[in-house]
Ligand binder design. Structure first.
Ligand code: CU
Length: 150
């Protein structure tokens, strides 16, 4: 019985290796830069986060979710002006075309970070986990910074 289990295990891992090597996407082919979170008054239940995601693949990728151990929930929002009123529209995932980037910035795409476990302080480093399609996970550290006044 042990013998059979071993054979099954071996073939399973061989299969796994095979499928990994044939994947056309890789974690390294997604680069994340300029990750930061805008400082907010004490006891805020909502923070805005920004980053730039570069897709170096020759195929489009889709960001599915963003999570952080320090927040209860994170949504992907896009600010848009509709009839002269600024609105935030929740995005259900985000496509990033081949060899291009998605730039989150104030007034546009942002991470709506809800219910922090603690009030964030300037220079705090917050861990973000980005889950993409095809089982690609990328972690990044976002620093809490003052919002630049325009
Ligand atoms: Cu928002």
């Amino acid at each position: 019985m042990i013998f059979f289990t071993k054979i099954i295990n071996l073939s399973l891992s061989a299969l796994l290796l095979l499928s990994l090597s044939t994947l056309s996407y890789a974690q390294e082919s997604i680069t994340i830069t300029n990750a930061w979170i805008a400082d907010a008054p004490p006891n805020s239940t909502m923070y805005a986060g920004y980053l730039t995601i570069k897709n170096n693949n020759n195929n489009a990728i889709k960001l599915l979710t963003v999570t952080s151990p320090q927040f209860q929930n994170i949504e992907i929002h896009k600010s848009q002006i509709i009839n002269n009123i600024a609105k935030m529209i929740k995005q259900h995932g985000l496509f990033i075309e081949a060899n291009s980037k998605a730039q989150f910035s104030p007034g546009g795409l942002h991470l709506m970070m809800l219910v922090p476990k603690n009030t964030l302080q300037l220079d705090n480093k917050i861990n973000l986990v980005l889950q993409f399609q095809n089982n690609i996970t990328v972690s990044v550290i976002a620093k809490v910074q003052k919002r630049l006044s325009k």
